[in-house]
Design a protein around this ligand. Structure first.
Ligand SMILES: [Zn+2]
Length: 69
């Protein structure tokens, strides 16, 4: 196993305000994705009575524990 010499490694310095911004945007994007996966129930579909979104995210729905059958 090789290790990186200390003088060659560069620490990542990230201001707290930027870290909070990126963490907040990541959480928001994750919540939007979670909502998108969960909202399409087939009967209550994003695009009317079309079930393409439901079928496209079907396995993700099972993984997240949403009931669908
Ligand atoms: Zn299913």
């Amino acid at each position: 196993m090789t290790s990186i010499p200390a003088e060659r490694s560069t620490p990542v310095v990230l201001p707290v305000s930027k870290a909070v911004l990126w963490l907040g945007l990541t959480v928001l994007a994750a919540l939007l994705l979670y909502y998108f996966v969960g909202v399409d129930q087939g009967a209550v579909s994003v695009f009317g009575s079309d079930t393409h979104v439901h079928e496209f995210v079907h396995d993700a729905r099972h993984l997240l524990g949403f009931p669908c059958h």
